[in-house]
Design a protein around this ligand. Structure first.
Ligand SMILES: [Zn+2]
Length: 229
């Protein structure tokens, strides 16, 4: 009975999304509705991948990219809102319908940002904090957001990223993440930061590696760096 129900659900879903095509390329496998033309987004994926790799981050040999028929299907599958353009889940990149994506000038940067999250997937599972992950994604993708709100502690920043529903507060949190990680890269050098991320990916602890590199504990560094002077 349960099996029948699952089959029925899958069939209903497939019907509501139209026919799906699987297109295998050298670096990506696209899963998309047959009605959507992937030519343009393929170029974006390749150029975002190049940018992430040139920065020094390693990506899996082939990333699966799931493209949806409608925004609500995208939101339902990812748990994101319909105003997000892209997201990642279990190492896969999820994208809004291509006609919508192609109208948005920030889409290429967003794809780069999400590919950084895929590159940092193992480090994140090993405890790389969300604020550092988001900041790194923004630094690599060349994104910026205004900091209209000041965060006093890393915990407050992290809580906002995880829980806030307020758009301007979230934008400030992202802006702060970008500034903090940008500052850290500037202080320590890109290759040292990349080596730290690889070490965390291999099982190292973030606070230990951060302290080793910065020469001071994370909390002290945050107290010095959080105020935007
Ligand atoms: Zn992100």
């Amino acid at each position: 009975m349960l099996l029948l129900l699952l089959c029925f659900t899958a069939a209903t879903q497939a019907k509501s999304q139209g026919k799906l095509l699987v297109r295998k390329m050298a670096n990506f496998t696209l899963v998309l509705p047959s009605s959507q033309d992937p030519t343009h987004v393929t170029g974006w994926l390749e150029s975002a991948r190049k940018q992430v790799r040139e920065y020094g981050l390693a990506l899996p040999p082939r990333v699966v990219v799931r493209i949806y028929s409608t925004s609500s299907q995208f939101a339902q599958a990812t748990g994101l809102t319909t105003s997000h353009l892209a997201g990642t889940q279990n190492g896969r990149l999820h994208l809004q319908p291509l006609p919508l994506l192609l109208r948005r000038p920030e889409a290429l940067r967003t794809i780069g940002h999400e590919l950084v999250h895929i590159a940092l997937g193992q480090a994140a599972r090993n405890g790389l904090p969300r604020w550092f992950n988001e900041g790194m994604a923004m630094v690599v993708a060349g994104e910026q957001q205004p900091e209209s709100i000041r965060f006093v502690t890393l915990q407050a920043l992290q809580d906002t990223l995880l829980r806030s529903q307020n758009y301007s507060v979230i934008r400030s949190a992202y802006g702060t993440c970008q500034r903090l990680v940008g500052k850290f890269v500037e202080q320590q050098g890109k290759s040292a930061v990349l080596a730290m991320l690889r070490a965390i990916g291999n099982g190292g602890k973030f606070p230990d590696h951060f302290r080793q590199l910065a020469g001071i504990p994370l909390e002290k560094w945050a107290r010095q760096t959080l105020p935007n002077r």
